[in-house]
Design a protein around this ligand. Structure first.
Ligand code: ATP
Ligand code: MG
Length: 356
């Protein structure tokens, strides 16, 4: 931020220089011209100079003045670029505070068990309050776990600790029985697929985009993943099928189609843990249910975490976590929570009303 301000100050300074020097330079240039014309005119009148000579003299002088102006422009540009250079260097030199140099490079994730032990987390060291407070949680491999909670209740923050997009400030996060810091980032992220809330597709064909999840995937694997994600049918309905060009950021497909492509892409890694952060929000309830069914049938070893706003997206999960303001309010099955948890039952009944 400091450098950004410096950057702005420098360009402002340069612009100011430009504003004052430009008219000055123009003034100098045109006074030169006038002087030459005046003197030259006199010379011609007394017959000491030819008109042609004067004209060529003027054009030479013009060129020299022009190049002087260019030089001063270069000088101003240099001033401007100096600030940018500092900033670029700073960005390039930034070392991520997430490093895996102490990790065991040979270690790979054995199972999709997840455990949170007294985890505290905040985004900024300056913040007094923790965003996540004292999270204790055990998720066994192969389980499907729903996460429900109002916006800003730190659902996304919670799951970001699993693939180490951030590190916990206190406490530890374990995957497959080992602290996430024990694994190399590559090993960990190969085992944990996250479909982010704000997911992106790239320009290129559907196939290119899917292969980004796993460059070595075979056609069969790709089709299987797409069938699980309920994407195969709509892909085949396009005239070019898997070779359909998506355009910049996937503008050619609908929101729900995009989400399903992202799920398929995440599945291609054959992850031990699959996290879907609001990934079926734009998909209709029936398709949503069908995706969950297919997931259950085909990936029984994979731990699936589903963050959702709709109760219908999580009610059949093995357990449901209710988040409230950075804390776990309750964990249980749909039936248990409906009876015992006020937040959950309130959300449930308000959504039921919407249906009826
Ligand atoms: N990158 C960030 N930097 C600083 N604060 C953040 C950042 N991301 C989220 N927060 C804060 O953390 C809190 C929890 O945010 P989080 O994204 O985890 O909520 P959420 O439960 O996923 O909400 P939603 O349902 O809207 O996705 C919010 O108060 C938010 O302001
Ligand atoms: Mg979120």
């Amino acid at each position: 931020n400091k450098t950004n301000n410096e950057n702005m100050a420098a360009s402002l300074h340069a612009e100011k220089l430009l504003i004052t020097t430009m008219p000055l330079m123009m003034l100098a240039m045109y006074s030169c011209m006038i002087a030459i014309l005046w003197l030259g005119g006199k010379q011609i009148i007394i017959g000491q100079m030819l008109t042609g000579e004067l004209i060529s003299f003027i054009s030479y002088i013009g060129q020299i003045l022009m190049s002087l102006m260019m030089l001063s422009f270069i000088f101003i540009m240099l001033i401007m670029s100096r600030a940018s250079r500092v900033r670029v260097a700073e960005v390039l030199d930034t070392v991520s505070d997430l490093t895996d140099k102490d990790s065991d490079k040979e270690l790979s994730v054995e199972s999709g068990d997840i455990e949170f032990k007294n985890v505290f987390f905040k985004y900024s060291k300056k913040n007094e309050n923790y965003i996540l407070e004292d999270i204790n949680l055990i998720i066994n491999k192969g389980e499907t776990v729903g996460i429900i909670g109002s916006t800003g209740s730190a659902k996304t923050t919670l799951i970001q600790l699993i693939p180490r997009l951030y590190d916990a400030d206190k406490g530890e996060v374990l995957v497959g029985g080992r602290n996430v810091k024990d694994y190399s980032l590559k090993a960990l992220r190969d085992a944990v697929s996250v479909v982010l809330q704000k997911n992106t597709l790239f320009s290129g064909t559907i196939l290119d985009n899917l292969k980004w999840g796993n460059p070595d995937a075979s056609t069969e694997q790709i089709e299987k993943a797409c069938k699980i994600a309920n994407a195969h049918d709509f892909i085949m309905s396009f005239p070019d099928g898997y070779m359909t060009n998506l355009g910049q950021g996937g503008v050619n497909v609908s929101g729900g189609q995009k989400q399903r492509l992202c799920i398929a892409r995440a599945l291609l890694k054959n992850p031990k843990i699959l996290i879907m952060d609001d990934s079926t929000s734009a998909v209709d309830t029936a398709t949503d249910a069908s995706i969950r069914n297919e997931l259950k049938k085909n990936t029984s070893d994979t731990t699936v975490l589903i963050i959702a706003q709709r109760i219908t997206s999580v009610y059949d999960a093995d357990k449901i976590i209710v988040m409230n303001d950075g804390k776990i309010d309750a964990v249980g099955t749909h039936e248990e929570l409906l009876k015992t948890n006020t937040i959950y039952s309130e959300v449930y009944y308000s959504q039921q009303k919407g249906v009826a």
